[in-house]
Ligand binder design. Structure first.
Ligand code: MG
Length: 189
């Protein structure tokens, strides 16, 4: 699937140039913004794979827009900056800023930067999903443990007996251990 990109840049010539270069390399430019406010609107509207964000723009600057997008949507952003703003960018490190490019931007520095940025954000996304999964797994185990403890107390069972009873019930009733555990917790509440 083609990667979808939003470009936020107030200089229309640069914006057009970026758009053509990206399109030439198979990227889909789903939106173009000339100021920070519009960049935020387009981020919400399109939820793109990447946003190219200029810093100096009217209404709202790109760093502020990036922060808002990061907080509310967690979308990856590649900052476009004039060399004089480099220090500013380094100070304004944010989790969702996956890189920055110094103007003037050429095809030979734009495309590799976009590829790296997309790759980084994919990796970060997968990592977050794994962490989320691990957390859910821990939660599940906690619930099962709690139910087992309740069952041991209520029916004077050893840990092994309680576990076996739960496992047998989950198999015969075709329920997950987790939903069975929740049932037990509710029952003895
Ligand atoms: Mg500008």
């Amino acid at each position: 699937m083609r990667k979808r990109i939003v470009i936020a840049e107030d200089e229309s010539i640069i914006r057009m140039d970026l758009k053509m270069t990206l399109q030439d390399h198979g990227y889909e430019v789903v939106g173009e913004a000339g100021d920070g406010d519009r960049a935020i609107e387009l981020a919400f509207l399109h939820k793109p794979d990447l946003i190219l964000m200029d810093i100096k723009m009217p209404k709202m600057n790109g760093l502020k827009a990036s922060r808002i997008i990061g907080e509310q949507l967690d979308l990856p952003i590649l900052i476009i900056t004039a060399y004089s703003q480099k220090e500013f960018v380094e100070k304004a490190q944010q989790d969702n800023v996956v890189g920055y490019l110094v103007k003037p931007i050429s095809e030979s520095n734009l495309i590799p930067a976009v590829e790296v940025a997309l790759h980084q954000s994919d990796k970060a996304k997968r990592l977050k999903e794994n962490v989320q999964q691990a957390k859910q797994e821990v939660e599940k185990r906690k619930i099962v443990e709690r139910a087992k403890g309740i069952l041991m107390d209520a029916e004077q069972l050893t840990e092994q007996q309680a576990f076996k009873q739960m496992r047998d019930a989950s198999m015969s009733r075709q329920m997950t251990m987790e939903s069975l555990a929740k049932e037990i917790i509710d029952k003895y509440k």
